[in-house]
Write a protein that binds this ligand. Sequence first.
Ligand code: PBG
Length: 325
Amino acid sequence: MPSFPSHRPRRLRRSETIRSLVRETSLLPSDLILPLFVVPGEGVRRPVASMAGVEQTSADELLRDAEEALRLGIGGVLLFGIPEHKDEAGSSGYGGDNIVSRAVRRIKAELPGLLVMTDVCLCEYTSHGHCGVIRDGDVDNDATVPLLARMAVAHAAAGADVVAPSDMMDGRVGAIRKALDDAGHTETAILSYAAKYASAFYGPFRDVAESAPTFGDRRTAQMDPGNVLEALREARLDVDEGADILMVKPALAYLDVIHRVKAETGYPVCAYHVSGEYAMIVAAAERGWIDGDRAQVEALTAIKRAGADMVISYYARQFARRSGG
Ligand code: PBG
C-alpha cells in the first residue's frame, strides 16, 4: 500500500480544476429524465403543495416544459396521466385516446427529437387507486396484465419511445413485449420497474398523480425494503421477459440494490430518485438547514456512482438550468 509521506491524497484536491480532472463520476443533464404530469384541459398549470417546482399541466403547457427539457439537453421526459374519469378497471388509461397518448402525439408532432417515456400503471386511472383490477380485496395479477399491455400498445402507437411499467405485476414485461411486437412496435423499448419497493417515500407523488389507494396499501405487489436477493431475481425475470432497461426505485435508500443489479445483470440501470427523497431535501433547504442545490447534486451523483446509468429526477430541470444549458 502506498503510504504517507510520499503519498498525499490532498494533492489532487487543491483546486476545482484538478478535482474535476480526477472526478470519477460526473453528472450531466443528459443523464436525467424529467417526470411530467398531464391533466385534462387547456392552459392548466397547477402547483402541488408537497412538491415544490412540480406542476400538473394540461398538454399545451406540458409542451412548453418538454420544449425546455429538450433545449436544456435533458435525457428525456417521463409522462404520467391524470384522467378526467376514473373507474374500477382504470379504463380511461388504455383506450386509444387516453390522456397520455394524446400528450405523446402532441410532443412528437412538435418536438420529434425529445425522448418520450410513459408510465404504464393503472393506479392513476382506477377509482380505488390500486395498480390493477381488484378481486377479493387485492389486485388480481392475471386480470391486470392484459390491461397494462393494452396501455403500453396505446402509448407506443402514439409515438412513445420507451414504456415504463411501474405496477409490479408478475409477467407483465413478457406480456407487454409480446403485445408491442404483435402490434408492430418492435422498436419500442421497455424500462421495467424490476425492483420497486413498497416505500414511504412515494407520499408526495400520490398527491401529484392523485393515485393514493383508498384502502389498504401496495405491499402485496411492491417489494419488501429488507430484500436485495429478491431484487436480483426480479431483475433476471424481467431480462428474460424482454426488458431493455431495469429500474430500481427508490434510489437513495437503495444504493446497494442499484449497485448489485448493475453488477450482476450488466444491463442499463435507471434509478428513480422519488418524490419523497426530493421533497425532503426541498423541505430541509426551506428551513435553512441544508444547501438544497448542493444536496440534490450530491444525491444524484451518489446514485450514478452506485451504478445507475440514468436517473429520473424532479430536480432535472433545475440542474440543467444551473449547468448553463
Ligand atoms: C405508480 C407509481 C408511483 C410512483 C411512480 N409510479 C407510486 C406508487 O407506486 O405508489 C412514485 C414516484 C415518486 O414517488 O416519485 N404508478
